[in-house]
Design a protein around this ligand. Sequence first.
Ligand code: GDP
Ligand code: K
Ligand code: MG
Length: 296
Amino acid sequence: MDLPKHQAGFVNIIGKPNVGKSTLMNILVGERLSIITSKAQTTRHRIIGLTNADNYQIVFSDTPGMLKPQYELQKNMMSFVNISLEDADIILFVTDLYETDADIEHVIEKINESGVPVLLVINKIDLAKPGQLEEITAYWTSRIKSELVIPISAGEKFNTDKIMQEILDRLPEHPAFYDKAELSDRSERFFASEIIREKIFENYKKEIPYSSEVSIEDFKVKKNIISVRAIIYVERDSQKGIIIGDKGAAIKKVGIQAREELEKFFGKKVFLETFVKVEQDWRKNKLKLKKFGYDP
Ligand code: GDP
Ligand code: K
Ligand code: MG
């Protein structure tokens, strides 16, 4: 008798900033693993999410948006994109209705030469005007070699199960790569820092979100409560003042929103303490990036 077949493989989600990669990944995994905001460059790390079933395991990777790097942090972010091209069994190339291939021509060339099957996902079709989808499809199919075009709305969960089906049709036969009980390769600390970072992205303007990093100094899971001590690092003293706000009002708001989101994520009461510190120009400094977990 034949053993029932088991499929497993790596599906890497790539595309320009803000096209909806993280929104899509969360739907495919069924959990809110990747943070989502309306600002470009919210996602800084490659984040793995697993979809497990008896006879398959899909290892999704959400990646930072592809761009021309301007400083060390962005260089590091782009190295994740390059690595994710190398180990993919399937690439989900995501675009929305508005992006072009400007600045990423070289990456598209690499994708086209890679031989990895590409599913071209056109997102945000809830916003499409008549004829726009046909136009965008023609544009992208002339640039990227894909097996299939899948128009979706991640925001409205429209046509995302079509993506799942097309992935399963192409997933290699292979044993599971990760423990089937897991949803991600990332730690609870990592998700805690990401959730706080999301609230910083939502609450502050201009350079502040990009100059901020969150480090979890203490993470204790007790019987009825998780207690978390987080340090928000910024690049300059003036930014520290902005993060804290008038009489501490701004940091208090971030703390409340983050705590609520942490409680949802962990399904437990959370006690959250936040502190703000200055780490001069950390984004430009390789050593400091390493300290914050941005390994090359
Ligand atoms: P990423 O930078 O590619 O990871 O994009 P995100 O997932 O962070 O989403 C960027 C923005 O687009 C967020 O404000 C999302 O709410 C929004 N968005 C994502 N998918 C859709 C969609 O299908 N329709 C619309 N209208 N907005 C979307
Ligand atoms: K974003
Ligand atoms: Mg993202």
